[in-house]
Design a protein around this ligand. Sequence first.
Ligand SMILES: Nc1ncnc2c1ncn2[C@@H]1O[C@H](COP(=O)(O)OP(=O)(O)OP(=O)(O)O)[C@@H](O)[C@H]1O
Length: 229
Amino acid sequence: MTVIVLSGPIGAGKSSLTSILSKYLDTKPFYESVDDNPVLPLFYADPEKYTFLLQAYFLNTRFRSIKRALAQGNNVLDRSIYEDALFFQMNADIGRATQEEVDTYYELLNNMMSEINRMPKKSPDLLVHIHVSYDTMIKRIQKRGRPYEQLSYDATLEDYYKRLLRYYKPWYEKYDYSDKMVIDGDKYDFMTNEADREIVLKMIVDKLKACGKLPLDWNESVSKVKIEA
Ligand SMILES: Nc1ncnc2c1ncn2[C@@H]1O[C@H](COP(=O)(O)OP(=O)(O)OP(=O)(O)O)[C@@H](O)[C@H]1O
C-alpha cells in the first residue's frame, strides 16, 4: 500500500509516469484533468485578473484528490496539493495577487493541511520529482500543443516558465511530507524509450524498497508496461 505523488514543471511527464507507475505497481492512478479546467484558459488570457480564482480552483480539486488518495491508500497522483503554493507564491511575487489574497490563500491552505493531518494516513509515502530543463519543457509544451501555453500565445510566458523552474529547487529541498527522489527528465525519456523506462522504474522501486514501502523481494516484469509498437 503506497501513495506516490509526482511533481515537476509543465510537460515534465507527470501524467505519463503516473500511468506507467500505477500499471506497474498495480495501484490506482489519480489524474488532474487539465483540458476540463474552465479557469486555466482564463488565467493564461488574463493572469492578473484570474490568479486568485485559479489557485482557489486548484486548491479545491487537489484537496479533494489528496483526501481520496490517502483514504484509498494505494495509488499514484500526477500532481498534488504540496506543490500548489509554489505556483501561487511565484505569481504573487510578480505582483499578481494582493496582500489580502496572499493572506487568504495561506489561511485556506493551512486549514486544508490541518484537515489532512487529522486523517488516519496523513501524508504520501513518496514524492517523485521529475526535473526538466527549460528546453525540454518547451519542446514538450510545443509537442502537446495546448494553445494558451505556447510562447506564440504570449511572449511573457518565456519569463514565466524560466521563473517557475527556478522555484523548484528550493521547493524540493524544503519538501518534507514524505521520502522523496528526483528523476532526470532530460536524461531519461520514459515515455518513448523502453530502456529508459526500465531504468526509471527500477530507481523508483529501489527507493520504495529502501524506505520500507515495498518488500525487498518484490519483483514485477516490465513487460507489463511495454511501449506499444
Ligand atoms: N497551482 C497552479 N497555478 C497555476 N497554474 C497551474 C497550477 N497547477 C498547474 N498549473 C498549470 O496547469 C497546466 C497543467 O499543468 P500540469 O503540469 O499539472 O500538467 P501537464 O502539463 O499535463 O503535466 P505533465 O505533462 O507533466 O503530465 C499548466 O499550464 C500549469 O502551468
